[in-house]
Design a protein around this ligand. Structure first.
Ligand code: NAI
Ligand code: MG
Length: 497
């Protein structure tokens, strides 16, 4: 079994096994494979972790099924909730180690990992712990001779596939509602960022979950991921990642056992600034909207539309604001932007930047690599971007923002909706009527007014159009993990004597 030595000032030395977490134990994969995970700040190997293949998915699913049938179905909702709350407490207690591992493996600024990712993950787990004993059915009165009630039952074994942009937070978004509603899970982390999921797995055991209820595996999409989505004994698959792979997951589900599918996919979200906006405030949120997490957010505000009356002023001042974003070592105290997650993502983003330049958009700032080691990219702003350009239509998933000018509200509603995606949008205005009219007209699952990227575990999040199926977070996510059973009891005589 491989392991990694970690150390933080508050935790001291800490050894994390890097096996597959099945039945509450870290184990080697059936085929004994391992792969290396890279530190994106230095391009150096951090350590190797054990790799799951389809055979390990079988082992994990069998463990989950057994736990479901023998233990978890008999557990009280109250105890499910207590375990989730305990896990949330352990996340908070271990915030230093969780945040440090996230920064090491993913490259996000430590201040963000500590200020957002870990506390939000803990908050999410605790929130769903609170829901565990509030999953209720209904009594439905159809006629005096029949007593009918519904039960919200768990779906069973859930396969969960998460991406690398918020490794720990996505872990919590997936595990929280699934466990609260009485399911068991096999979760596959992203191959770029397997480490925080393993530290969290150790905390699952410490919290006291029965073996087999939460299984965490590291591995690749084409092997372990595909084995999850096509598995005949997985009842539901929840996926977060690219729209391309989302389609494959749905196809695999359709071609196997018609497992239930929820998808959280990409976006190209419009961020709309009206003439009457508080411009300083708007600039801050537009900056945060695109550059937070290095642009690696599914809901990133990557299409910025500014009304003509303030366009030149806005572009000038936004450019100055972006230049203040400190790019560099993610462990640095005042760093805002670290490296992109991988060489592949770096290359994809640089490819889009080249496309934008070739298409004739104007580079206001950035457009190049930052430094000479690590996958760092300068915060990049393109102006004069037209609707037909790739950088206005396709998800770039990096620190690259496309700006265009608009004249009227009617025009910007049409342009804002001119996307195959529909994950999020924002409107900056001091006019309440404008805010509400536009918010109601935008085809997106989340609309922010005078802000951006403000997610909260109490508030549903998910996509219109090709941005996804189903909603995560809030009460809405419970529907992803329950199925309704109707029970009708005939009280009177036979209907047809
Ligand atoms: P991806 O969609 O390939 O990976 C996401 C997860 O899916 C990973 O765990 C991966 O192992 C798994 N996966 C890959 N192929 C699979 C398959 N055939 N069956 C089952 N699971 C599979 O995303 P990737 O390549 O890391 O990033 C590509 C682009 O996807 C990004 O540039 C970005 O545009 C988008 N993306 C969107 C995210 C979001 O939050 N919505 C997160 C990550 C990426
Ligand atoms: Mg890594």
């Amino acid at each position: 079994m491989t392991s990694i030595e970690l150390s933080t000032p508050s935790t001291g030395k800490y050894t994390q096994p890097t096996g597959l977490f099945i039945n509450n134990e870290f184990v080697k994969g059936v085929e004994g494979k391992t792969f290396e995970t890279i530190n994106p700040s230095t391009e150096e190997v951090i350590c190797s972790v054990h790799e799951a293949t389809d055979k390990d998915v079988d082992v994990a699913v069998a463990a989950a099924r057994k736990a479901y049938d023998t233990v978890w179905r008999k557990e009280t909702p109250e105890n499910r909730g207590k375990l989730l709350v305990k896990l949330a407490d352990l996340f908070e207690k271990n915030i230093d180690i969780l945040a440090a591992v996230e920064t090491l493996d993913n490259g996000k600024a430590l201040s963000m990992a500590k200020g957002a990712d870990v506390p939000m993950a803990a908050g999410c787990l605790r929130y769903y712990g609170g829901w565990a004993d509030k999953i209720e059915g209904k009594v439905i009165d159809t006629n005096p001779d029949t007593f009918t009630y519904t039960r919200q039952e768990p779906i069973g074994v859930c396969g969960q596939i998460i991406p690398w942009n918020f490794p720990l937070l996505m872990w919590a978004w997936k595990i929280g509602p699934a466990i609260a509603t009485g399911n068991v899970v096999v979760l596959k982390s992203a191959e770029q960022t397997p480490l925080s999921a393993l530290v969290a797995a150790s905390l699952v055991k410490e919290a006291g979950f029965p073996p087999g209820v939460i299984n965490i595996i590291s591995g690749f999409g084409k092997t372990a991921g595909a084995a999850i989505s096509s598995h005949m004994d997985i009842d539901k698959v929840a996926f977060t990642g690219s729209t391309v792979v989302g389609r494959q997951v749905m196809k695999a589900a359709a071609g196997s056992n018609l497992k239930k599918v929820t998808l959280e996919l990409g976006g190209k979200s419009p961020n709309i600034v009206f003439n009457d906006a508080d411009i300083e405030n708007a600039i801050s949120w537009v900056n945060f909207g695109i550059f937070f997490n290095h642009g690696q957010c599914c809901c990133a505000g990557s299409r910025v539309y500014v009304q003509s009356g303030i366009y030149d002023n806005f572009v000038e001042r936004f450019k100055a604001r972006a230049l203040q974003n400190k790019v560099g070592d993610p462990f640095g105290e005042d760093t805002f932007q670290g490296p992109q997650v991988s060489q592949l993502q770096y290359d994809r983003i640089m490819g889009y930047i080249q496309e934008g330049k070739k298409a004739g958009a104007k580079v206001e700032t950035g457009g190049e690599r930052h430094g000479d080691k690590g996958y760092f990219i300068q915060p990049t702003i393109f102006s004069n971007v037209t609707e037909d350009m790739k950088i206005m239509q396709e998800e770039i998933f990096g620190p690259v923002c496309s700006i265009a000018k608009f004249e009227t509200e009617e025009e910007i509603i049409a342009t804002g909706n001119n996307s195959t995606y529909g994950l999020a949008a924002a409107i900056h205005t001091t006019n309440l009527n404008t805010a509400l009219r536009v918010a109601n007209s935008i085809h997106a699952g989340t609309v922010w007014v005078n802000s951006y990227n403000l997610l909260h575990h109490q508030v549903p999040f998910g996509g219109y159009k090709e941005s996804g199926i189903g909603r995560e977070l809030g009460e809405a996510a419970l529907a992803n993990y329950t199925q309704t059973k109707s029970v009708s009891i005939r009280l009177g005589d036979a209907l047809f004597g």
